[in-house]
Design a binder for this molecule. Structure first.
Ligand code: MOS
Length: 711
């Protein structure tokens, strides 16, 4: 076998291998896969928040030119909806669309209109006359009649946190709120469905291709191998495409009903009510400390909204169990079932919300103790995960604080609120710690060596923007000892070897480990076939007749989770400027320092972290989905009314990585940064707003009116 001197690719800031395809328009997203003879579907949504459909009249709609069908509970075939549970689906029973007259939330799909053109379909949809028997939906998390439920047993408390809090010489006890938020990726949800006999092909936006195939098989009672989901490119998702929402079922149902391929694209407005959201969450954090800064108690309670038919839960309070050393900790998590649709994971789900409350309370406590916020945190740095009773596989919070503080210039901070100015502007500096679990799930991968000396690697994974195509190419190239230009990594088909959900920052750890395993295995296989030292892979394949040499392998977690507590950590620093007359709040700069294990591609990882800061600035200052309290209509369901950060909202953002070697998390030693990047941003900004203004705003987003009159 010829010795090739190839420099390792892992760790190099390789540019995106799919960058040219994306900027040149060659990359094809779900809605780009137009099929010959396709028809167009438009969803009709309920205009009441609770009740039933009393009458539905499609007479006028059926006279529109090009109309093919108006499908509602009156004429829809009964769908099998066989029991099916994707690993990410919440407990409960998913919405069954157009199967009965019940309305569970405002904006529920109640009918789908199919026509020759999109214009025909929209026109016809507007003519469908629906009358409802409406009831008053329960929407408010503070409604007196709301009944919280406990979705899972509360984790065992450590010590008596309530008694320790009462006895603590210094106490902070505060309530924090986070508004409901919608993901708002640039690319809308879209599905093109086509049937060939009893085989269904879906070109469909998805972060979890194999689960979408399995769910459609269950809904339509098909063998799972009869369903193929194709989705090579995703224009952002942030969690909203981690489950198969009703529009996918409606597209497939419509295609079968009219016996033609059908294209269904959600409007921006529909995406506010059809495809999940970060739940509105209220939290109480009560922490007690000794005058020297030692924590004596943490109580962390959270209540979040969910639908009546599913219990979406997230790990909001679990961070408080391991983040700091503390003898007494009690956490409690409750859900409030309301007449709303089901929430879903969004940008650092759970941890982003929980760390926001904990880290704001930590900042309040540092102020009460007259301690520097970093010193206070490091004073309580734990030796191990005291909640799980396990050592950390690695924990670089101290190094992150030191690196981030040095780069940010934290030593020059005057701790007194309203003490720092730039001209007439009030300047605030705030910081927060960040953490997110380093998880991993089983994944497969297939590697193939070709006669031309190149390699192909296939996994049913997704790339919603982090750069999976690129980082997997690097992992494969190093395992095969080939240059990256000789490796073609392919994802986005559900019939490739199965991958776990493209979420929870698991893709590099899970898919990357499988890609590495498959490439090492195919390399071992071909090396056994080599007969001469000068032979290349291509020579061997060609000598054996040219048939590619292929290996499918898988990689799964071992027992590391029972031996180690595994998390990424970070320290986030923010500078805000507050105009004392207008009370506008601007984030001028941020530095984030992260300990996330091995960084496969620093350019991509930095890009993710900067994206996380932008998303976190949205959470802190802009994003809020507002419901009409009478009926649950989303009143700001447009990009004009739902505010997200734009370029002018963003200052200088910097992401730094500390050296961290973690031999335990997975074979690559990579913890993932996609979610960690969102965590800690909102509290850093909120703490900076306090430092600038002296006002503690505990409900996100922080708006002009919250600080008006105080500065
Ligand atoms: Mo992420 S919220 O798991 O897409």
């Amino acid at each position: 076998m010829k010795e090739l001197l190839i420099e390792p690719s892992i760790g190099k800031p390789l540019a995106r291998v799919d960058g040219h395809a994306k900027v040149s328009g060659a990359a094809r997203y779900a809605a780009d896969f137009n099929q010959p003879g396709q028809a167009y579907a438009v969803i009709i949504q309920s205009t009441v928040g609770l009740g039933r459909i009393a009458a539905l009249d499609a007479t006028a709609a059926n006279e529109v030119p090009g109309i093919l069908a108006v499908i509602s509970h009156l004429n829809a075939p009964k769908l099998a909806y066989k029991p099916h549970h994707s690993p990410l689906d919440p407990d409960g029973e998913r919405l069954h669309v157009v199967q009965d007259d019940r309305v569970h939330f405002f904006g529920q799909p109640v009918a789908v209109v199919v026509a020759e053109t999109l214009d025909n379909a929209e026109h016809a949809a507007a003519l469908v006359d629906i009358r409802y028997e409406a009831q008053h939906p329960m929407l408010r998390v503070d409604a007196p009649e709301a009944q919280p439920i406990s979705p899972n047993a509360d984790l065992a408390p450590r010590g008596d946190a309530d008694a320790a809090f009462s006895a603590a010489p210094v106490q902070i006890d505060a309530a924090y709120g986070i508004a409901r938020e919608n993901h708002n990726p640039m690319e809308p949800h879209a599905t093109i469905a086509a049937w060939l006999d009893d085989r269904l092909t879906l070109w469909s936006k998805s972060q979890f291709l194999v689960a979408e195939a399995a769910e459609m098989a269950a809904v339509f009672d098909l063998p799972v191998e009869n369903v193929q989901v194709i989705n090579p490119f995703i224009g952002g998702a942030f969690g909203t495409s981690l489950r198969t929402w009703p529009h996918v079922t409606l597209a497939a149902l419509a295609a079968r009903y009219v016996n033609r391929p059908v294209k269904l694209v959600l409007t921006r407005r529909q995406m506010f009510s059809e495809t999940g959201f970060r739940p509105r969450t209220t939290q109480r954090v009560a922490i007690g400390a000794l005058p020297g800064g030692q924590l004596s108690s943490i109580v962390h309670e959270a209540t979040a909204e969910t639908s009546r038919y599913e219990q979406y839960t997230e790990s909001t309070v679990t961070v408080s169990r391991y983040m700091y050393s503390c003898p007494a900790v009690r956490t409690r998590y409750r859900l409030l079932p309301l007449d709303v649709s089901t929430p879903i994971f969004m940008r650092g789900p759970g941890e982003a919300s929980g760390v926001y409350a904990l880290e704001c309370a930590m900042d309040e406590m540092a102020a009460a103790l007259a301690m520097d916020p970093i010193d206070f945190r490091l004073r309580n740095e734990p030796e191990s995960d005291e909640g799980a009773g396990l050592p950390f596989s690695s924990r670089s919070l101290r190094a992150c604080c030191e690196l981030g503080a040095a780069r940010f210039g934290w030593a020059r901070r005057d701790p007194r609120p309203q003490s720092m100015r730039d001209g007439r502007l009030l300047i605030g500096w705030g910081m927060s710690a960040a953490t997110y679990p380093a998880s991993r799930a089983p994944s497969g991968a297939r590697a193939r060596l070709l006669a031309d000396g190149t390699a192909e690697v296939e996994v049913a994974a997704s790339d919603m923007g982090p750069g999976t195509y690129t980082s997997m190419t690097q992992v494969a190239a190093d395992a095969l000892e080939l240059p990256v230009r000789s490796v073609r990594f392919v994802l986005g088909r559900s019939d490739f070897p199965a991958a776990p959900p493209h979420g929870g920052s698991m893709t590099m750890a899970s898919v990357g480990s499988a890609v590495q395993a498959a490439c090492l295995a195919v390399r071992e296989k071909i090396l056994k076939l080599a007969i001469g030292k000068e032979e290349t892979y291509g020579d061997i394949v060609a000598r054996l007749g040219g048939e590619p040499i292929e290996v499918e392998a898988s990689s799964a977690p071992g027992d590391e989770r029972s031996r180690f507590s595994m998390h990424g950590f970070g320290a986030i620093f923010a500078e805000v400027a507050v105009d004392p007359d207008l009370c506008t709040i601007r984030v001028r700069r941020m530095s984030g320092a992260y300990g996330a294990g091995r960084i496969i591609n620093p350019r991509l990882a930095k890009s993710q972290c900067i994206g996380g800061m932008v998303g976190g600035i949205g959470m802190a200052l802009l994003e809020r989905t507002a419901l009409d309290t009478r009926d649950g209509r989303v009143v700001n369901a447009s990009m004009a009314d739902y505010l997200v950060p734009v370029n002018l909202d963003i200052g200088d953002l910097e992401a730094l990585f500390v050296e961290e070697e973690d031999p335990y998390v997975n074979p690559l030693g990579a913890k993932g940064v996609g979610e960690l990047a969102y965590v800690g941003v909102a509290p850093a900004v909120a703490n900076a707003v306090f430092h600038a203004t002296g006002v503690r705003v505990r409900d996100l987003p922080i708006r002009i009116e919250d600080v008006l009159g105080a500065v």
